[in-house]
Design a protein around this ligand. Sequence first.
Ligand code: FES
Length: 127
Amino acid sequence: MTDIASQTMPLCNSADLAEGGRAVPFDVVYAGQTCRAFAIRFEGQPQAYLNRCTHVAMEMDFQPDQFFDGSGRWLLCATHGAAYAPDTGECAGGPCRGGLVKINLSEANGVVHWHTAYNLKPFEFLD
Ligand code: FES
């Protein structure tokens, strides 16, 4: 679906996202609320999600910016162990109720951008 109002916002340098490594946090306004979000790299592709577990609406990282489990295969919620697929955000196990809210990214010339959507706005748009 094309969103004619979509904008691209600079997020980080490509080199900041190591495969299976620490996330890069950023803030968004989702459905009118300021939310934390994070970007990771998995199987070479940058991915980003709201940092909000679908079990209880809590941030998921136990150590700041660490979401991958020890295998680098899953994104884990530190609170009760919900597991999410890093490439889609879908629930892969544990008490999650549905998948993470995905944020579209693009990567070009060594820079990663995130894309706004009708319910997803840049933080600085708030007064
Ligand atoms: S809050 Fe994430 S698993 Fe319960």
